[in-house]
Design a protein around this ligand. Structure first.
Ligand code: ATP
Length: 223
């Protein structure tokens, strides 16, 4: 199996969302040039990315939209249902449990875990909440492959260790810290503050450069 470059993996959902919108608008065929233009990408890059899915575009007509959507979904294995546990049913965790779109991508929350006694024994969006000590045995019995962490930073490693004990294959970590697991466990760290940092810093820098540009134009007009 070819190793997919990570940027390619990360671009594929963008193609998918765009293609789905095209299909809704009645578009049946599309070229990589059109996709590239719409997403402000290089068309050679788009062609290369799409090659990974195994679908071949035709020189003049390009790709069949439906076929390409299906190929991307299969390539990302989003056509396969994956049961998942969520650890930390707080505000973020609850929102994730209620976000139905995850099912379109194969991610299906079957149970959540928390230390808060008021939450244990209840359900959030029909997902039952259990104590953390149940994680290893339930994960093995239910053959759960994915663990999602929405706990505070201090609780992330303990939750990870319990998931690993349960034979989990992947951890999607939203806690503001990094966690360690054996190398056969896939870990995807998603820190909101990472993109927020880029956003807020760019705001300042864009403002600064716009002001500089405005001042230099004023100067230019005076001379
Ligand atoms: P809350 O519902 O308590 O207001 P919150 O969304 O404000 O939560 P956090 O304090 O980050 O945010 O907690 C997220 C969730 O993680 C909460 O449901 C909390 O009870 C749970 N939690 C806290 N400590 C642990 C722990 N050690 N193990 C598992 N879950 C924990």
């Amino acid at each position: 199996m070819r190793i997919t470059p990570e940027p390619t993996m990360r671009r594929l959902p963008h193609y998918l969302h765009f293609l789905k919108r095209q299909l809704e608008n009645g578009v049946e065929k599309i070229s990589s040039t059109i996709i590239a233009q719409a997403l402000s990408l290089d068309s050679t890059q788009v062609r290369k990315d799409l090659e990974y899915t195994g679908v071949k575009g035709k020189p003049k007509t390009g790709f069949f939209v439906k076929e390409l959507i299906q190929a991307i979904l299969e390539f990302l294995t989003w056509t396969t249902r994956r049961d998942a546990f969520l650890i930390g049913a707080g505000n973020l965790g609850s929102a994730m449990l209620g976000y139905n779109r995850f099912r379109e991508y194969g991610l299906n929350f079957v149970a959540a875990f928390d230390t808060d006694e008021n939450k244990i024994g209840s359900e959030i969006y029909k997902v039952p909440i259990f104590t953390l000590d149940k994680i290893p045995s339930m994960a093995r019995r239910m053959n759960v492959q994915v663990g999602v962490l929405t706990v505070p930073a201090h609780a992330a490693q303990t939750a990870t260790d319990l998931l690993v004990e349960g034979g989990i294959k992947a951890i999607w970590n939203f806690a503001p810290t990094y966690v360690k697991a054996p190398k056969e466990v896939v870990i995807e760290n998603h820190q909101f503050t990472e993109s927020l940092a880029a956003l807020t810093r760019k705001m300042v820098e864009v403002d600064f450069h716009l002001e500089k540009y405005r001042l230099s134009n004023l100067e230019g007009n005076r001379t």
